[in-house]
Design a protein around this ligand. Structure first.
Ligand code: C6P
Length: 414
């Protein structure tokens, strides 16, 4: 059991009000709030240790370098990666996927090859592959989803062929909450000689992750969804894959030697980190991982699973509601999309905001999935470790209030 009351005390923003009401923050799939430990790490770094890294021979530069590289080791431990050499810091999960698409994709794909994706991908794991397919002549193929929002694994079996060079898919859908069976998908891909890229942007903040147990070749996530700062993404890849890939960006830090006409590359992972990196935010991200691990990812998952089940039960009790994605359970995370008959999700979002309840409404950067669901947009509530059942009750009350308000307006207009 999580001591949620105690945890909430670490998040200063949760004490604020919005439109005169205590904030209920249920937009965690977009970005999570930050504990004071992370905020203090940022202030502490700029107050005491700020310097550029890897280049200096003075004390501050050494301290900053040690803290930055310490965060890399911390990240490797969080993901259970075999070593920190497989951890590259990027700006976000999106950039990490683009790095692989541009570096690995352009060099290794050719006409006749296939990249196998799914219908539930965020644009971040779709558009980079469209760009690479266009540049290389490779084809895109897609695993469909069932009406309850799960991947059709029998379709995966059919579409995975010797032509498939990469299977790239989300661990947890940001719209449906579906948790995909990564280890099974990766094992089948491996048997067919294809690489696997896992988009863990939505799972990394909520589930224990072990890249070795999952058996994937690449996994990406974003610090800002994991209680860390914006501006930091993680690319984990097997070392032998990173060794074989050329750099994505050229410049300082990523070289071993440079002549006027050519250059040789630094070792991994620095070969992929051209220029001055986001030092302060990476260091603070390490503190966010400490925070998550101190509480314990299994305990976080258990709390969020209960909260998701409670939220789905309460939402289901509402009249004229459509919930998307699988029922609460083992293969379901806490991103809960819904629509209320007769109400546009944007109006729902605005009305909830007036009650102090923050959710997201829109296509959630998953337009092909919206088409598959037959809607233009959904409202989405998404939970994190600091949310409570009382906050879910506030969500339900706010939806009721929104519905009453709009029904009254419709009557007045008529
Ligand atoms: N989804 C959401 O509200 P970045 O922007 O690079 O940090 O994360 C991109 C990304 C990739 N994959 C998945 C599954 C995601 O959910 C996201 C970000 C946010 O759903 C912002 S659109």
């Amino acid at each position: 059991m999580l001591d949620v009351k105690h945890i909430r005390e670490d998040f200063p923003i949760l004490r604020r009000t919005v439109h005169g009401k205590p904030l209920v923050y249920l937009d965690n799939a977009a970005t999570t709030q930050k504990p004071r430990q992370v905020i203090e790490a940022l202030v502490g770094y700029y107050s005491r240790s700020n310097a550029n890294i890897h280049r200096g021979i003075h004390a501050l530069a050494e301290e900053a370098t040690a803290a930055y590289e310490g965060a890399r080791e911390r990240t490797a431990r969080f993901l259970h990666a075999p070593s920190e050499r497989g951890i590259v810091f990027t700006r976000n999960a999106t950039e990490a996927i683009n790095l692989v698409a541009q570096s690995w994709g352009r060099a290794n794909l050719k006409p006749g090859d296939e990249i196998l994706l799914t219908e539930m991908e965020h644009h971040a794991n779709l558009v980079p592959w469209q760009m690479v397919a266009k540049a290389t002549g490779a084809q895109l193929a897609f695993i469909g989803i069932s009406d309850d929002g799960r991947l059709k694994l029998e379709e995966y079996e059919q579409k995975l062929t010797r032509k498939t060079k990469l299977v790239a898919f989300t661990h947890m859908s940001n719209v449906l909450g579906t948790i995909n069976p990564v280890a099974d998908i990766a094992a089948r891909a491996r048997r067919m000689g294809a690489l696997t890229l896992v988009d863990a942007a939505q799972s990394a903040p909520h589930l224990p992750l072990d890249v070795q147990a999952l058996g994937c070749d690449v996994l990406v996530c974003s610090a800002h969804k994991m209680l860390g700062p914006t501006g930091v993404g993680v690319l984990y890849a097997k070392e032998e894959l990173l060794e074989r890939m050329d750099p994505f960006l050229g410049g300082g830090e990523m070289i071993s030697d440079v002549w006027l006409t050519h250059a040789t590359w630094n070792e991994i992972p620095w070969k992929f980190e051209a220029g001055t990196p986001n030092i302060a935010d990476v260091i603070a991200f390490g503190v966010a991982l400490d925070y998550l691990d101190r509480i314990g990812m299994p305990a976080i998952r258990a709390h969020e699973r209960e909260l998701t089940a409670y939220a789905m039960k309460r939402l289901q009790e509402l009249k004229d509601i459509t919930l998307y994605g699988p029922p609460a359970g083992e293969d379901r995370g806490g991103a809960i999309s819904f629509n209320l008959e007769g109400l546009h999700p944007h109006d729902v979002g605005t009305a909830l905001d007036h009650e102090g309840v923050a959710i997201r409404a829109g296509h959630h950067c998953a337009k092909p999935l919206m088409r598959r669901l037959g809607v233009a947009a959904t409202a989405r509530a998404s939970v994190a470790l600091y949310n409570t059942t009382e906050e879910i009750d506030r969500l339900i009350e706010a939806i009721d209030a929104a519905r009453r308000f709009f029904q009254r307006s419709i009557k007045v207009a008529a």
